[in-house]
Design a protein around this ligand. Structure first.
Ligand SMILES: Nc1nc2c(c(=O)[nH]1)N[C@H]1C(S)=C(S)[C@@H](COP(=O)(O)O)O[C@H]1N2
Ligand SMILES: [Mo]
Length: 328
């Protein structure tokens, strides 16, 4: 296989790894599992291509072209991104120091993509019109078959050896059983709020409500909080369903906003599924977990579960009118 083909295949595998990895952050139900499977297969395609790339790299080292240091750096971060990915699948370790393996994996993945961009600018691998040939389609097919086979092998090994990874959720998150063990997690840089449950007021459609009012309704649901940081917990959450609070409000979507300014927008039609929670596992929410009141958004990843709710409003914008992931 020509070097150019290998390089282009690696470039596309890296791009697809970024796309599927990013999309994996938005997956909350098992219906989206295929996104994570695709992420695994394109990552393994990179491993399948490694022997060919090694030959090219040897030639490159002898030629002393530009960006040798960068090439070495790219090799190292790519390998580390792959190693952390495999560690997630096998479940061998959950964290190193203050970072979860998932956080390290995401950081290394983004670093791999950034260095790939620079590397590709320094040593462009051009597409040619003739690349869209039957022969190349067969090559891509063979590559995906090999990567898919490798994926099945890894998954079966994890399953049959009963490695800890087999207990992970389809998102790759590991379980936290006790509500008291749930960490205080912020998306980026919010800080834990200490609100007085006696005096805190929640504005719903412009009208103030007390926390006690919300706690009295007694709606209870079981739901799974699955953080993109790589852990999940399934608990019983108690509070008031959003549809009860919104009555017959008209509009497209409902915005739930925190005292910190953090917010998320949901389809108004989903209000009956959302819970404004004051309790978890029979206890009051701790400050770090969003007390005195947080949103519970079943089947949605953790970043939808707005903590320290301050205001809830309905408007006519579509629910997709927001950044796909929070920006603060
Ligand atoms: N106001 C606010 N709410 C937030 C966040 C945040 O940064 N600010 N982080 C979200 C994320 S990413 C997760 S995973 C959950 C974590 O909830 P926990 O702290 O109870 O574990 O809160 C969500 N709600
Ligand atoms: Mo999260």
């Amino acid at each position: 296989m020509a070097g150019r083909h290998t390089n282009l295949a690696l470039l596309w595998a890296t791009i697809l790894a970024l796309v599927t990895g990013g999309a994996a952050f938005t997956v909350g139900t098992s219906g989206g599992r295929w996104v994570i499977v695709a992420h695994g297969v394109v990552a393994l395609a990179i491993i399948v291509l490694a022997p060919w790339k090694t030959v090219i790299a040897r030639r490159g080292i002898r030629r002393r072209g530009p960006g040798r240091g960068l090439s070495v750096g790219l090799t190292v971060v790519t390998l580390l991104a792959l190693v952390t990915g495999v560690a997630l699948v096998t479940g061998s370790v959950n964290s190193i120091g203050p970072f979860t393996i998932m956080q390290l994996h995401v950081a290394l993945g983004l670093l791999t993509v950034s260095l790939t961009v620079i590397h590709t600018l320094q040593r462009p691998a051009a597409h040619r019109a003739t690349d869209l040939s039957k022969r190349n389609a067969l090559r891509v097919g063979a590559l995906l078959t090999a990567a898919g086979g490798l994926w099945l092998t890894v998954e079966s090994l994890v399953h049959f050896t009963g490695a800890r990874g087999s207990e992970r959720r389809f998102t790759g998150s590991h379980e936290i059983v006790d509500a008291e063990d749930v960490p205080f997690t912020q998306w980026i840089n919010d800080t834990v709020q200490h609100l007085d449950p006696e005096t805190h007021r929640i504005s719903i459609l412009g009208t103030d409500h007390s926390v006690v009012e919300l706690a009295m309704t007694g709606d209870v649901i079981e739901a799974t909080l699955d953080c993109t940081g790589g852990w999940y917990t399934t608990q019983e959450w108690a509070g008031t369903r959003l549809d009860r609070l919104l009555g017959s409000a008209q509009g497209q979507s409902v915005v739930v906003r925190s005292v910190t300014g953090y917010w998320r927008r949901f389809p108004l039609a989903q209000a009956p599924l959302l819970l404004l929670a004051t309790h978890v596992a029979g206890s009051l929410l701790r400050d770090g977990n969003g007390g005195p009141v947080r949103l519970v958004a079943p089947d949605r990843r953790g970043y939808w579960w707005v903590k320290w709710v301050a205001a809830i409003d309905v408007d006519d914008r579509p629910s997709w009118w927001q950044p796909p992931l929070p920006t603060a």
